[in-house]
Design a protein around this ligand. Sequence first.
Ligand SMILES: [Zn+2]
Length: 443
Amino acid sequence: MVETTQVVNEGTSKELSDQEVFNQGLLDFIDASPTPFHATQTMAQQLLAAGFVELLEGEQWALENGKKYFVTRNFSSLIAFVYSPDLFVNEGIRMMGAHTDSPCLRVKPNPEKTAQGYFQLGVEVYGGALLSTWFDRDLSLAGRVNYLDKQQQLRSSLVNFKDPIAVIPSLAIHLNREANEANNINKQKHLPPILMQVKDKKNIDFKDWLHAQLELQGETDVAKVMDYELSFYDTQPSAIIGLQKEFIAASRLDNLLSCYVGLQSLINADSDKPALLICTDHEEVGSASACGAQGPMLEHCLQRMIPDTEQRLRAIDRSLMISVDNAHGIHPNYADKHDENHGPLLNKGAVIKINSNQRYATNSETSSFFRQLCDSNNVTPQVFVTRSDMGCGSTIGPITASEVGVKTIDVGVPTFAMHSIRELAGTQDAFDLSRVLTSFFQQ
Ligand SMILES: [Zn+2]
């Protein structure tokens, strides 16, 4: 123990390893991306810096052989690709998918509430949030605001209050003696965060605040705030923790970790092989939207990349989608929640996710390909199948496979506390998966 601690302390003066640099980039990416809109913006900035060219869905695409492009939809989903038309039909496209959204609390349309002199905002639960973890956190607010400018044109802008401005205090145990036995949280009554104390019940208009926040962020042309999509988030920064620094603690690891792994792999591959990264919104609520994985965004993009139907279908047949979304690591305090032979461990490799009822799209052919890919990068994959007496989660893999007909495998790094406001992953796994996926995009 002592030796390990010394090594860690010495680490502050030594040069950072590739893995440490990668993990620091991951923490920065998560902290800069409190919402799917911010995640998409952050990814777009990194792609532009890496030489990718932005395409607009409403404009004509004049694609050039060997160039790299990206396109966004709803500013919350993104596709980046390497355009190598000469190779599409013979080689197919190396695809990777992830999702930009995470469970959270969204501000309601008419959110203002006061009770006992406290000003609160009404919230809707987005996705399957682990609600107890949202209590006693220093919360901030971020998302998209749509407004009329002074020329009466509709515009939108991202806002991020950044400061901790709200909190959902727990009820003291003295007032709820059963709190540790049955934590029943009423989504309507118990979740509205408190933002401040107010002297009287005068009307407070939340949109006026947004107007002021936009001006604070430099938008001087705002005439009237029309609407918004805003969610609360935890202001505690992401961190590397553990006695030997072996864990990553952060919000939204599901699934910004996978978005970041995909983004870095595609950029670092620096290859002219046909490759595509898709990161879509709305996975946590079923993916059925114009910009979700069940929508037509990928199909539309493929149609424009390969307009000839015959060639496109041949290319899809030779393509493979690696769908990356986090897996459940076996928890030492709840080990009986896993099948005894399928309990993935943190820091022991990416997890191949299998479900014979097609909650995951993996089959023996695609998993064999992935195992070979891992072998060639000295990574040993783990495998997850849910207990036979428990239901199984799902992800974008089966949805994409159903929509596009592309061969797909579902994988992901093992994590704890999925859908908590603060999740936990290993410091080794994301980096190792990025090495595997970089070689996938290159081969
Ligand atoms: Zn997920």
